[in-house]
Design a protein around this ligand. Structure first.
Ligand code: IVH
Length: 662
């Protein structure tokens, strides 16, 4: 039997392990446990905390998963206003800045940092604990986004060394890779896309639902502390070191110079390298290093005199839209894509640019034959900024969305409330090709060596019609393919074979069901334990699962109703693809059910009965709601029992519950 002391000790261990794992992952970039192990530890912690709500602390790693949903943001007044910086656009501006600095401070050194293109986030720590995160707002009053800030893995919830109070400022941002992935997902779902990582980061940090923020993979670089003098810090270099010691991520690219000419050389060098970082930067920030000199220089009304931001020249190039073609994605969304006269922009040659959707084309009045300005959104996604209307000759043509899918000639429809037009066919070859690309992708069935080009060849040679056919490919099928050697064919077959044991969660994700992402795959796999059970789930079963929203529940039911789904899954099953999740031997009688235990029990320890519920596929929840399947009430049950009675939820005694188990 597990005592409360044991539980408390376990709680401490879990927090330590999760905290360490988090640090390894986000701060040191060296994960030492797998995602699955992390998830399992987190689930154990969440269960323990659900059982002992008064043990939850604000620095518990559980606070990073999000969950708090706000109606609106509370305003917070900043201790000291957040100022903006003056801009320098060229060498002359930088020399002028240096001249003014040296009038007040003849011997000076400069710290040059990257200017991260995100949004300022001000953090407050009290007695070592993160108590508040706020946006910049108008500089004096910002918005309290504490719940969202907690979900950012690289922001410490507790400082390494407690001090009575610490105010930290830095940049919240979205890495380029997260931005590209997010926009792709949104495009596939028919949602509007973000223009750049800064907007995506701002939108994510200002989410009212912190669960959404948690999924957005944000990051943070710290660069400033308030009242640095009181902490015994005398210059910016010491601040950066101090921030590192306290557990923050400081951007490692900073440099110190004593001469403005060196600063200028460095700025120009970095302008040429701006695209090599995994996050967007829009310039450099040059700061007087010494705080006593900073103080002497002081501030203008808007900005400090001791710092300036050097803005990189905007990278926009002119090109011509030669044509607008349609790409059909996995979910049938038709994406208009510009075929461009090839140009070099932000480090690569570009000949295609997504035009997102018809609304965007109309808004920017883009026509075939137009001269346009092109840039890379978030340094990655080629995008038309605007049309150079003055260059029109009158020969440009308007683009219209086709009424039929260009790949399968099925009707195309625009659903209400969506920006996207979709091909209505479920056997559209483009959707199938994209579906197979998704099926084999890393977070899905993880079949290495099977890129889009190979898939295209397999489809064209009619060696496969769908992803399930991959499992009947032979060495002789593969060897005639272009650029397929003996070794790569063998490796590919091995990868296909290995994918059979990927397990249920990635398989559910691989199916590419609308609204059903990787995380949903895990939840569904844990709830149902097998594809068969999942297929048999009713809308009510699915809606009863926490974290499964109504849109997902609906699309799951629709998906599993299809005859084509049934056939596809049967093929996978025949091929020997494992469609179960490692589960306990107990029958999953509570699959997808949320069950609340309250009062004191005689037969079981609280932890035991909760484990039983979970082994049988249920979720031991801590509070009663409409979604609660039933309540097990022991002696001295209180408010939860009353609430369940009020909602008409079935109430079981321990004995009755025991009978259910038999
Ligand atoms: S220092 C008073 N350092 O750029 C000094 N700012 O206009 C305050 N930014 O809104 C700023 N990287 O959000 C500083 N290394 C960096 C920065 C940085 C990005 C942003 C910051 C601010 C804007 C400056």
């Amino acid at each position: 039997m597990i005592s409360v002391q044991d539980e408390f000790q376990r709680l401490a261990t879990l927090r330590k392990e999760l905290g360490d794992a988090n640090k390894q992952y986000y701060v040191l970039d060296q994960p030492h446990i797998t995602d699955a192990e992390y998830d399992a530890l987190m689930q154990e912690l969440l269960n323990l905390e659900a059982k002992h709500p008064d043990w939850v602390t604000p620095d518990s790693p559980s606070q990073r998963v999000g969950g708090e949903v706000a109606k609106e943001y509370t305003k917070v007044r900043h201790l000291e206003p957040l100022l903006s910086l003056d801009n320098a656009f060229d060498q002359a501006d930088l020399r002028e800045f240096d001249r003014r600095v040296r009038q007040g401070a003849p011997t000076v050194s400069y710290v040059v940092e990257l200017k991260i293109d995100g949004l300022t986030v001000a953090l407050t720590y009290e007695e070592g604990l993160m108590v508040r995160g706020a946006t910049r707002g108008d500089g004096s009053v910002g918005e309290d986004i504490t719940a969202n800030v907690r979900t950012v893995g690289s922001i410490p919830l507790r400082l390494n060394k407690a001090v009575p109070r610490l105010s930290v400022r830095g940049e919240g941002y979205m890495p380029k890779a997260s931005f590209a992935r997010l926009n792709q997902e949104r495009e596939e779902e028919g949602q509007s896309t973000f223009a750049n990582p800064r907007n995506a980061a701002a939108g994510s940090l200002r989410q009212l639902n912190s669960k959404i923020t948690a999924q957005r993979k944000l990051d943070y670089f710290a660069y400033q502390v308030l009242s640095a003098n009181e902490l015994g810090l005398h210059n910016q270099m010491e601040v950066l070191n101090y921030l590192k010691e306290q557990g923050f991520i400081v951007n490692p690219e900073y440099k110190v110079f004593s001469d403005i000419e060196e600063v200028i050389t460095y700025c120009e060098e970095m302008a040429g390298e701006r695209h090599r970082f995994p996050y967007d930067i829009d310039g450099l920030v040059i700061k007087v290093n010494e705080f006593d000199l900073q103080q002497e220089l002081g501030f203008t009304a808007k900005s400090p005199r001791w710092a300036i931001s050097y803005k990189f020249p905007a990278e926009q190039v002119e090109t011509v839209i030669e044509d607008i073609i349609i790409r059909v994605g996995r979910t049938g969304v038709l994406t208009p894509t510009a075929v461009l006269k090839a140009v070099s922009v932000a480090g690569s040659t570009v000949s295609r640019a997504t035009l997102h959707n018809l609304d965007n084309i109309r808004e920017k009045d883009i026509r075939i034959g137009d001269h346009v300005l092109l840039h890379k959104a978030g340094d990655v996604i080629p995008e038309v900024v605007r049309v150079l209307a003055e260059k029109r000759k009158g020969e440009e043509t308007l683009f219209e969305m086709p009424g039929l899918c260009p790949e399968c000639k099925s009707p195309v429809l625009r659903e209400e409330g969506e920006a996207a037009y979709r091909c209505q066919s479920i056997i559209c070859p483009a959707q199938q090709r994209e579906g197979i690309i998704h099926f084999v992708s890393r977070d899905a069935m993880a079949i290495d060596g099977l890129g889009p080009a190979v898939i295209q060849q397999l489809l064209e040679a009619e060696l496969i019609k769908d992803a399930a056919d991959l499992y009947s490919l032979t060495f002789d099928d593969l060897i005639p393919l272009e650029r397929m050697g003996k070794k790569s064919a063998e490796n590919l077959l091995k990868a296909i074979e290995n994918s059979k044991e990927r397990g249920l969660a990635p398989l559910i994700f691989a199916l590419g069901i609308r609204h059903t992402g990787e995380k949903a795959g895990k939840i569904l796999a844990q709830t149902f334990g097998s594809m068969e059970k999942l297929m048999g789930a009713t809308l009510e079963d699915l809606q009863a699962i926490p974290d499964i929203g109504p849109a997902m529940a609906e699309s799951l039911v629709q998906f599993f109703k299809l005859e084509s789904t049934e056939r596809f899954l049967a093929k996978l099953s025949e091929a020997g693809v494992n469609m179960t999740e490692e589960i306990s031997t107990k029958p999953q009688i509570f699959a997808g059910k949320s069950i609340v235990v309250t009062g004191s029990l005689k037969r079981w320890e609280r932890r035991e009965i909760e484990a039983l519920i979970e082994e049988c596929g249920g979720k031991a929840a801590s509070s009663v709601s409409k979604k609660t399947a039933f309540v097990i009430a022991g002696e001295k049950a209180g408010s939860k029992l009353v609430k369940a009675q009020g909602l008409g939820i079935p109430i079981l005694t321990e004995e009755e519950f025991d009978i259910l188990l038999k």
